[in-house]
Every structure is written in C-alpha cells, then in structure tokens.
Ligand binder design. Structure first.
Ligand code: AMP
Length: 420
C-alpha cells in the first residue's frame, strides 16, 4: 500500500480546486442565512441507534453503507451518513422546539460517510450543505426551501438542473397505498431480496433500476391515486407557490428517495451532466421522524445538497466561478535588510486587511517573481540594498508590468489606495 494514498472512495480537496468547494458551500449557505436559518454543527458520529431508527432499518444507507463501530468503551457509534437525524436530535436535546419560535430553522455544512461502491460522483466521504425547518406544517415552508436551493444553484451559474417533485402521502393515506402496492408486487416474478423489500419498504421497489423489474411495474398502483384530500391540497399549495415564484419543476410520481422518514413533499435536484449519479441534492418533509427517534410530534422539512456533485455539475456545464485571487500584494526581498523591512510591511498590510504574501526561503529575484505571478497578486513590492539606501521599495503593477519607487513610509497608504 502506498502510504500517500487517500483511502478508497475518498479524495483530498487541494488548491486551486478547493477554492471552488468553499465558494459552492458559501453560495448554498448565503440564501439560507438571509432567510432566518441559523448555523448548527453536530458531531461527525452519533449513536448508531439514531440512524437505525431515524434513517430506517430497511434502507441501504443503514444496512449496507454505514460506518458503524464499537468504541473501546463499548459505545455503538456510526459515522454520520446524512445530516437530518443528527440535526433533529440536537434540536430536541437543546429543547429548541420549546422556545416558542417554531419553525426552528437551521443550516449546516459538513462531511458525511457512506460505504458505497465508489464511482464518479459517488464517494465514501462527501460533503453536503443542508437545511432543516423543524416544527411547522406549512406548504410555504416546503416551497421556501426548494426556492432557496434553486436560488443557490442559480447564483452559482448552474442552469441545466431540473427539480423533480412528488408527494409521498402521510400516515393516513400512505399505509392504504402501501398495502395496495404490496398486493400488486407480491404477484410479480422477483428475486428473494426484492421480495423481502416488498414487506419492509415496498415503495423502494418502484425505484429499482433493473429492466427486469421495471418491465413488470407497468400496472402498479400509483400513490397519486391514493393521496388523501389533505395531502392533495397540501401538495397543490406547494406546487402553486413554486409556480408563483417562477421555479420550474416536474412532477415525478416515482420519486421515493432512499430514506424512510419522508412524508408528503419530496423533491430532488438532478443534473444531466453527471452520468448515473444525477442527483445533486434532495430532500422533503419528514413529519414522523421526531417521533421515530423518541421525540414529540414535530412536522418538519429539509434538504441536503451535495457539494461534490454540485462542483461536478459546474464543471460539466463549463461554469468557472469568479474566485478572486487570494493574494493582493506579494513581497520580494533581496537581502537580509530587505527581508526585515518587507516582512514588517507585509505584517502591516495584513493588519490593515490587505491580503499579502512574502517570498520565503531566500529566493533570487527570478524565482521569487515567478511565485509572485503564480500567487495572482495585483502588486509586487521588491526591494534590494540600494532601494533601501534610498529609502524606497519598488512597487510593481503585475498587470501592466510598470514599476516605480515608493518611499518605505508611504507603501501602506499607497497600496491601500490602489487596491481600494
Ligand atoms: P441523499 O441524502 O442520499 O439524498 O443525498 C443528498 C445529496 O448528497 C445527493 O443528492 C448527493 O449530491 C450527495 N451525496 C449523497 N451520497 C453521496 C456520495 N456517496 N458521494 C457524493 N455525494 C453524495
């Protein structure tokens, strides 16, 4: 094994591409912060029970993909495979839902872990930004979250994504549908695994990608025909609000999603440029989750957008984010005295809020200027013994190539003025 190799299914974020990841996280977070969502951070692992009960014991995420382990102290933990269960757990633990300001609106950003078969767009360690609105049943809240995700993607310049929308019904109508679907599925020619799935989570069978299964699903009962009046009316309001907001969506009756906790509204953001892993983000309403993990009834809705796949989608569309150079001024000292003086100037520039870097390692002029170029700095300040004897440093405009002497005492004010 090569010791410099990241574990299978993982990769490192390195400059310059890592700047895109930061920008994507920021672009997704900004509309949330502006809409009353507060930042929440939870541990990277939880008691395994939380995910088993929350995400669902019939899901691939829990049965096959979870990094579950026992600690030396005997605690059974799992690396978090998703964010919603943890965020809800944290809100319940802190009694945020009892402070008289429902819905509790939270956003988060972090690493998630699933033991999946790695492929393009599917990793064992990936990154999501998510949002949860806890404790209110209001179609405007479902619509708000979809609109904010749409706004985030658009602000990044992403265009070729689609929004798929469905309703999964609630605890009144879904069980009736579930039974009808089970009766239909039990008569089909299916393998043992799929037969087991019929009993545990029949909706997932509709999601089966295999042709042999899909071919038999033609006459399957559709949830749409079983939705109760309340669910229908709720869904219609979500659709109307989205339409009024100018957010285009497609009704997709087959959208069931891979987690057990969803009720009513479910949605997915898909992108055509990603091959088989087309979902860049998804979410929905999870009115029963709080009770599933032992809390009070707290109807809620949320989503998680995948940062990795959003970056891939941007690359697929050829969108280059406008990421400003990290460094504005690069200092190139020639000789010991210049090192001392320029290092002082760099420190002062930084204190004044000007992004500045320094040529370390006693490089010669040529090598140092190469680094200055690479840093993207707009200005370089260069000084040798003769300059200092004259009380100046050379200020070089890296765009025009022009250079002029500036008195040492004036460099700071001059650069601040130039950089606005
Ligand atoms: P999910 O909770 O499965 O709906 O995931 C929400 C989003 O997280 C997806 O739309 C993806 O963008 C991202 N995601 C989920 N699993 C992975 C993975 N294994 N690798 C990369 N991104 C993922």
């Amino acid at each position: 094994m090569n010791t410099f190799q990241a574990p299978k299914g993982t990769y490192d974020l390195l400059p310059p591409r890592s700047a895109t990841f930061l920008a994507v996280r920021e672009a997704i977070a900004a509309p949330l912060r502006d809409s009353g969502y507060g930042y929440v951070e939870t541990p990277g692992f939880e008691n395994v029970e939380l995910f088993a009960r929350g995400v669902g014991e019939s899901t691939d995420i829990v049965t096959k993909e979870m990094y579950a382990f026992e600690t030396k102290g005997g605690d059974k933990l799992a690396l978090r495979p998703e964010g919603t269960a943890s965020v809800l757990r944290a809100a319940l633990e802190a009694n945020l839902h009892r402070q008289g300001n429902l819905p509790v609106k939270l956003w988060y950003s972090g690493s998630y872990y699933r033991y999946e078969q790695p492929q393009a767009g599917r990793y064992r360690h990936f990154s999501q930004v998510g949002a949860e609105a806890i404790g209110a049943e209001d179609p405007a809240l479902d619509a708000e979250l979809i609109i904010l995700a749409d706004q985030a993607y658009r602000s990044l310049g992403l265009r070729e994504f689609r929004i798929l929308l469905n309703s999964l019904g609630d605890k009144e109508c879904r069980p009736v549908y579930r039974e009808a679907l089970q009766n239909f599925l039990r008569d089909l020619d299916l393998d043992d695994d799929t037969r087991r799935r019929i009993e545990i989570n029949p909706l997932r069978v509709l999601d089966d990608k295999r042709d042999a299964v899909q071919k038999q699903l033609g006459g399957a009962p559709m949830l749409r025909d079983y939705l109760c009046d309340a669910c229908k009316a709720y869904h219609e309001q979500v659709r109307e609000l989205l339409t009024a907001a100018g957010v285009a969506f497609e009704d997709d009756e087959k959208l069931v999603r891979g987690l057990d906790y969803y009720t009513r509204t479910t949605f997915e953001f898909v992108h055509g440029g990603l091959g088989s892993q087309s979902a860049v983000g998804g979410g929905g309403r999870y009115d029963g989750l709080s009770e599933m993990i032992g809390g009070p009834a707290l109807p809620s809705v949320g989503w998680a957008l995948g940062v990795d796949r959003t970056v891939l989608a941007l690359e697929a569309e050829g969108v280059e984010l406008d990421i400003p150079a990290a460094t504005s001024v690069y200092a190139v000292p020639l000789g010991d005295e210049a090192r001392r003086v320029l290092f002082g100037i760099v420190t002062d520039l930084r204190k004044a809020g000007v992004a500045a870097d320094f040529s370390y390692g006693g490089k010669g002029l040529k090598g140092a200027m190469k680094n200055a170029n690479r840093s993207g700095a707009r200005y370089a300040i260069v000084a040798g013994e003769r300059d200092l004897a004259d009380g100046v440093v050379q200020l070089k405009d890296m765009e025009s190539g022009e250079q002029e002497p500036v008195p040492v005492a004036e460099v700071l004010t001059r650069l601040r003025a130039l950089l606005g």
